[in-house]
Design a protein around this ligand. Sequence first.
Ligand SMILES: Nc1ncnc2c1ncn2[C@@H]1O[C@H](COP(=O)(O)OP(=O)(O)OP(=O)(O)O)[C@@H](O)[C@H]1O
Ligand SMILES: [Mg+2]
Length: 464
Amino acid sequence: MPDTLPPTPDPLHPSLDRLLIVDDNEEIRTQLKWALVKDYEVFVAGDRSTALEVFESQRPAVMTLDLGLPPLPQDVEEGFETLGAVLQKDPATKVIVITGRDEREHALRAVGQGAYDYFCKPIQIEELKVVLRRAYHLSRLEREHRELLRRVAGDSFEGMLGASPQIQEVFAAIRKVATTDAPVLTTGESGSGKELVARAIHRQSARRDGAFVAINCGAIPDTLLESELFGHEKGAFTGAHIQRKGRIETAQGGTLFLDEIGELSPLLQVKLLRFLQEHRIERLGGREEIQIDVRVIAATNTDLKQAMNNGRFREDLYYRLGVVIISVPPLRERQGDISLLAKAMLSRFSVENGNKITGFTAGALRALETHSWPGNIRELENRIRRAVVMAEGSKLTPDDLQLDGGFSPTASLNLREAREALERTLVQRALMRNKGRLTQAAADLGISRPTLYELMEKLGIGKK
Ligand SMILES: Nc1ncnc2c1ncn2[C@@H]1O[C@H](COP(=O)(O)OP(=O)(O)OP(=O)(O)O)[C@@H](O)[C@H]1O
Ligand SMILES: [Mg+2]
């Protein structure tokens, strides 16, 4: 391994060949600088504030830190402060702590707090050089690893992966609403990532240090849901032995996520509406009004507009909740994201399983691309998690994924029926991919628009 590494022009990354030496003893600083200047671009600092200033402007990948710094060089607290501040700015920094011969307990404490290694005085230059080389080596490996992960993952945003324009639009919407306190309604098919969107909004918002409290309105019986949401006083109903805060109150200062909002009963719809209008609640059986400061995000995988038309969902509540609507597209409509997500999940589950699975067969990739993913990303996750455990070979096949590899005619079909079944599958998928737009679907299938129209007539497929 070479002693020197090429300088890195990227300002976002720590410079791999910069070294910061922090020591209160000027003689040691000069000595180290001269010994190491051939191998690294060396910066020196004699106290905490200079050290942090240099660290901030130069972002060295590695630093040596003498724990005894002024104003009390006999004490180590200034050194520990410096260590903590540096690691807070960049946890990947490799800090090598330098201590006196009989200060092992300080050295171990420093390593416990995130220092990379320690070194005892008197400093032996050749030994220190070895430690430094290892630190730079590790730093470079970690950085390569991060970059690889990022490349596998494509664009990632708050734990959400996806490079398709469809999901990028969602990311942009999240960034935008995160700066406001407006209620958000996320809509989308089951497993498409609605809760992840809600969490991302919370983490991007000024409320990120507050709680994120989720409640599934569809999973809790109505009678319980009311006290879950609003809380109750002691003796409010049979069994209410103690006073309890509801989820709304628990979310104080943070974000409340109301999942499956379409399942809310008419009574609770009214109560929720009142809370949204007044930002106040009363616990069940309570008389005192409690002022509430929470951001509300709701989710639904049912068509609330239709529920509204049928009188099952209040219009006023709908408009209160859906000040901003973020609709999460189904996976099958995110061009290119399926294989990107599949590969990222494969490497994750494969590592977790200590497995030797290295990828997908071409057939598996095709099957992944053509499957319609009714369960969206959760379904993809489940199929890959299972396949990684069950697979025999080193690459996942359509069988491992329990996908049919595109099309599997059952034995009972004659040739005409089999052809029609295949045509129907392909036409339906093309229509789905292109949201019913005939011209694009025809282009996808490599046929003209009139031919597609004829096929649809013959197969009895209606234009969506
Ligand atoms: N863009 C994404 N990148 C990576 N993982 C994702 C992405 N979107 C969703 N997931 C994962 O898919 C799973 C389902 O996501 P989530 O629970 O947010 O979906 P949902 O829309 O709330 O589903 P449901 O309607 O069933 O409640 C989760 O494990 C989540 O981490
Ligand atoms: Mg959900």
